[in-house]
Design a protein around this ligand. Sequence first.
Ligand SMILES: C[S@@+](CC[C@H](N)C(=O)[O-])C[C@H]1O[C@@H](n2cnc3c(N)ncnc32)[C@H](O)[C@@H]1O
Length: 187
Amino acid sequence: MRRFAVIGQRATSSPTFLMRDIPGTSGRLDVLIRCLRAALLVSHGLRRDTVIYLVLLGDMPTTLRFSGNAAKYIRPDEHQLAILVRKLLAWPADSARFVEMREGIAIARGGLEVVLADAGACARYVLDERGADMRTLPLEPDALFLLGDDRGFPEGFAVEGTHVSVGPTSVQAEDALTLIHNELDRR
Ligand SMILES: C[S@@+](CC[C@H](N)C(=O)[O-])C[C@H]1O[C@@H](n2cnc3c(N)ncnc32)[C@H](O)[C@@H]1O
């Protein structure tokens, strides 16, 4: 199973952000929504072997989990995905364990700790511009890949894992995610 977690350092867990200004009113939830699209959608379908966690640390830490093997109605249109996320955030979640809201979509209160507990004992990679070139590494396909948002990966997060670079250029988070998918696909 390929697992991705995107850490939104100031991404809101409140459904009150404005659809007409998502970047400006949601703590850059737009970055995470683009990662959701890049993680799960392929041409004419979903990646069934992929799970993505959106970790929203802006106010009350909350994590949304989307599982490609069961999720439905995940659309390539970012506006529609934002509407979906807004509906999900209206859910009165109070559990530190994932509770399924819809098929393949679950919510938990908490941040990275709930992701690490849920992902279990798989390999962990932190996507980091300064990490080792992914082409020099035997990437495990059964793994959790951690990404930062527009501000990068949070400094204070001591995550045990291999730091991996997808190339010499600092790219958008969703592009880094796509490059990992592509590398694993090619192998
Ligand atoms: C837009 S980048 C962050 C840029 C931010 N200004 C910084 O300097 O950290 C968002 C995330 O994408 C991932 N990323 C971007 N370029 C990468 C690269 N070349 N190799 C590995 N990960 C990368 C990292 O996880 C990064 O935290």
